[in-house]
Design a protein around this ligand. Structure first.
Ligand code: GRF
Length: 210
C-alpha cells in the first residue's frame, strides 16, 4: 500500500515543493497560517489542505490537539515539518513519536532555534548547513538522519547563506523521507540513526559549489 505523508508548514513551502518534485506521496498539507504561500502551491497540485489559527485557541495544548485531530484524519505514516514555525507540545510530539521529522537550517547540535544563518556568520563559521532529524520534545535536538554542509564565504550575508543552505535542504529532506518510507531508518539506543544499506559516511552531503 502506498505510504502517506502529511506536511506541516507556516510559510512559502519551498521544502514542500522539493518533496512534491521528488514524487513523495503527500496526502495533506496543514498550516497554522492561512496566508502561507505553500498552501497555494499544494492546492495547485491537487493536494488537500487545512488551516487552523492558534489565535482561536486558548492554550498551546488545545491547539495542538486540534491539529493532531486534523492530521490523523489523513492517516499519515509520517508527519513532516517543513518550515512549521511553532513550538510543539510534548503530547503532540509523543503522539507522533518515531514518525515525526523536521528539517533545520543548521548543522545540529550547532544553532538550534532561530536566526541560524546570522548566528553562524557572527561566529565566523567557515562551514554551515542543514539537518534532517527525528523530532523529540526538546527543540531541534532529535536523532540526526542526514546532514548537508555548505561553505561560508567571506562576503556572505544571512540571505546569501540562507539561499545556499536552502538548496541543500531541498536535496537532503526528500532523501531522508524516502529512507523513512522504505523503513530503512533505525534509531539506536544512543540516539544515533543508522540507515539500512547506507554506511555512516553517506549520511552527509557536501556541497562546495558556489
Ligand atoms: C527552512 O529554512 C527550514 O529549514 C526552516 O524553515 C524554512 C522553511 O522554508 N525550518 P520553506 O517554507 O520550506 O521554503
Amino acid at each position: 500500500m502506498t505510504k502517506r505523508i502529511v506536511v506541516l508548514i507556516s510559510g512559502r513551502g519551498s521544502n514542500l515543493s522539493a518533496l512534491l518534485d521528488a514524487g513523495l506521496p503527500v496526502v495533506g498539507v496543514f498550516s497554522d497560517r492561512a496566508n502561507a504561500g505553500g498552501l497555494t502551491l499544494a492546492q495547485q497540485r491537487g493536494i488537500t489542505t487545512a488551516t487552523l489559527s492558534p489565535r482561536d485557541f486558548e492554550h498551546r495544548a488545545t491547539f495542538d490537539q486540534a491539529v493532531a485531530a486534523q492530521i490523523d484524519r489523513w492517516q499519515p505514516d509520517v508527519v513532516v515539518l517543513a518550515g512549521y514555525m511553532r513550538i510543539l507540545s510534548d503530547d503532540f510530539v509523543q503522539h507522533y513519536q518515531n514518525r515525526l521529522l523536521n528539517i533545520h537550517p543548521s548543522l545540529l547540535p550547532h544553532y538550534p532555534g532561530l536566526n541560524t544563518h546570522a548566528r553562524a556568520l557572527a561566529d565566523g563559521m567557515k562551514i554551515h548547513g542543514c539537518t534532517a532529524h527525528f523530532v523529540t520534545p526538546q527543540l531541534d535536538s532529535g536523532p540526526v538522519i542526514l546532514q548537508g554542509a555548505v561553505p561560508v564565504h567571506a562576503d556572505d550575508t544571512p540571505d546569501t547563506l540562507a539561499a545556499r543552505v536552502l538548496r541543500t535542504e531541498h536535496r537532503i529532506y526528500p532523501q531522508a523521507i524516502h529512507w523513512f518510507l522504505e523503513e530503512r531508518l533505525h534509531v539506536n539506543a544512543n540516539q544515533t540513526v543508522s540507515v539500512t544499506g547506507i554506511d555512516a559516511a553517506q549520511q552527509k552531503l557536501f556541497f562546495m559549489e558556489d
